[in-house]
Design a protein. Structure first.
Length: 335
């Protein structure tokens, strides 16, 4: 893991995954007549508007502080957000939720790690590979389709696009957090996130407007409100805030809490039965998340610790020698 990883930041990323995990069960409970793509567009547009309003109320200058250096990662994150929504929901429609979820969230941590390696030149640790392998295995067990599942090649291809977009967004947000100026954190970061959501939502605006009457129905409106406030505005802010102190690869793996939470809610809220396969998958996925989220002592950290111990020992020896010389000078005896 990145040497800056710490448990509090990992918890923020996990919190984002937990909120994202409520999306599927909330859609099932709401039973909205609107199309999934329209719901996805309304979701990120609502979240973007909420974040933008918060920024304007607290620090209107934050948007003007977005410098030219921030626009490339903002543009990449915006494109990834819009394409992810459209490709993922379309994949679910073609090949089913189980297959689409397994492909997307199986690929997401790998694509994030590879994107970070290519863009940021970050070395992927053995712990990350081990934890990610466990997490992906858990996702495969949690979301394995039944015998009657329909595997559509175009649907699988769209799922691969969505998984890649997740990695692009995560690394773009990581780059954005590292840029100098107000856009790197605080209200500046909230402004940047709101721009990515609004830009991504504008790509889906035709589908959203086409289903506006269905989205205005009470159950659909309640669904969009939850998705926009909790599963988008709050979740994305938790995610990018945690990125300040964890690597993009680690964040991509921690986001796999989403299918775990979705599976737990399916059992606890929707009344689905937990099979032995699902239970094993949940334990395996949880174990992978724990492995990745625990802080690791890097080689550099160990070297710094050894150097500090050596300096402390030398300081002690120097003090002892000085004392011995002083005793000999005054008494003529050496200790």
């Amino acid at each position: 893991m990145d040497r800056r990883n710490n448990p509090s930041a990992a918890l923020l990323v996990l919190a984002a995954g937990v909120l994202w995990g409520t999306v599927g069960p909330a859609q099932v409970l709401a039973g909205s007549a609107a199309s999934p793509v329209a719901v996805g567009g309304a979701r990120i547009l609502t979240g973007g508007v909420i974040l933008a309003a918060l920024v304007l109320a607290r620090d209107p200058r934050a948007f003007r502080a977005l410098s030219r250096r921030t626009w490339p990662p903002v543009a990449a994150a915006s494109a990834a957000t819009g394409i992810f929504q459209a490709s993922f929901f379309s994949a679910v429609g073609r090949t089913g939720a189980a297959v689409a979820t397994a492909v997307v969230f199986g690929l997401a941590p790998v694509s994030t790690g590879l994107c970070e390696r290519l863009v940021l030149r970050t070395r992927l640790s053995g712990r990350w590979w081990a934890g990610t392998a466990c997490a992906i295995g858990g996702v495969a067990l949690l979301t394995a389709p039944g015998a009657d599942a329909h595997v559509d090649l175009l649907g699988v291809g769209l799922s691969l696009v969505a998984g890649t977009c997740f990695g692009v967004y995560t690394v773009s947000a990581k780059v954005l957090t590292g840029r100098s100026g107000p856009a790197g954190g605080g209200m500046g970061m909230a402004a940047a996130v709101s721009v990515t959501l609004l830009a991504g939502g504008s790509v889906l605006l035709p589908w959203t407007l086409a289903d506006l009457p269905e989205l205005a129905a009470p159950r659909s409106a309640a669904l969009v409100a939850w998705l926009g406030v909790a599963a988008t505005a709050a979740a994305y802010m938790f995610f990018v805030t945690g990125l300040h102190r964890v690597s993009a690869a680690t964040a991509g793996t921690l986001s796999l809490a989403e299918p775990l939470v979705a599976a737990v809610l399916a059992v606890a809220v929707l009344g689905e039965r937990m099979s032995g396969r699902v239970a094993v998958g949940a334990v395996l996925l949880l174990g992978g998340l724990v492995v990745v989220s625990l802080p690791a002592r890097t080689a550099r950290a160990r070297r710094v610790r050894r150097e500090r111990v050596v300096r402390e020992a030398a300081r002690y020896d120097g003090a002892y020698a000085t004392g011995a010389v002083k005793v000999e000078t005054t008494t003529g005896e050496r200790n």
